[in-house]
Design a protein around this ligand. Sequence first.
Ligand SMILES: Cc1cc2nc3c(=O)[nH]c(=O)nc-3n(C[C@H](O)[C@H](O)[C@H](O)COP(=O)(O)O)c2cc1C
Length: 245
Amino acid sequence: MNNIGQEFWQRTKYQHLSESDENKEIAPPARTLEPAASEVFSLTEPENLDLPEKSTDEAIISRRSRRSFQDTPLTKSEISALLYHTQGIKQKLPGEKSLRTVPSAGARHALETFIYLHKTADFPRGLYHYRAENHELALLRQDNLLAEVYQGVLQQKFIRQAGAVFFWATDIYRMAWRYSERAYRYVLLDAGHVCQNLYLLGEVLNIGVCAIAAYNDDYLNDFLNLDGDKQFVVYAAAAGSRKKS
Ligand SMILES: Cc1cc2nc3c(=O)[nH]c(=O)nc-3n(C[C@H](O)[C@H](O)[C@H](O)COP(=O)(O)O)c2cc1C
């Protein structure tokens, strides 16, 4: 084996996987994380989102990674739409299962969304966790945390103009319970779908989006109060208004 990447790929082939806990009839883990919050904010309900008309084709073709943002604050409705279309629950199924606005291997939905809101008039500036179950935002830390976010994303300059920064973290056992080691592939694939929806909805709402995978894992996990082992960041993205104030 030449390197860890190749080894990972080989050893996560189906024939090498450990027997899953699901197969051993071990009870499944909780379907959501609920970090302690000082305040919880309701979001605009999906049926009340008034989205501009844009064809799927137009959104796909016009999509770019955008690294330049205006100061126009993101509205509650825009933030609600971005969260709902990236991780929102469309349908609750028996046994705590759900169908969301994105696909997920085995509908395990092992991602959690954290969002740092920097430019918005409708929420206090700070770090939030998206409670998909109730479509609401839980405030974890109210402060200007831009310096920490900037450090976390390896000082990529454009982050300093962003209105919001998304962090997608996995609660890996939720996926590994069924797929054992292969779960590490699946959460990354799931995250790709999530970020693509963010890009496309950004095009519809005139909000620029740029995916971010260049980040300091340990720093960001600490920032989000994740242990880095069972729960850890897999992907991030900056978003910001393209409209002039
Ligand atoms: C997995 C992934 C990680 C990325 N990470 C970063 C990043 O850390 N910083 C950045 O500025 N752009 C990042 N990008 C954006 C790419 O640079 C961009 O998609 C690419 O240059 C093509 O440009 P386009 O998205 O405008 O088509 C990332 C994109 C992907 C898909």
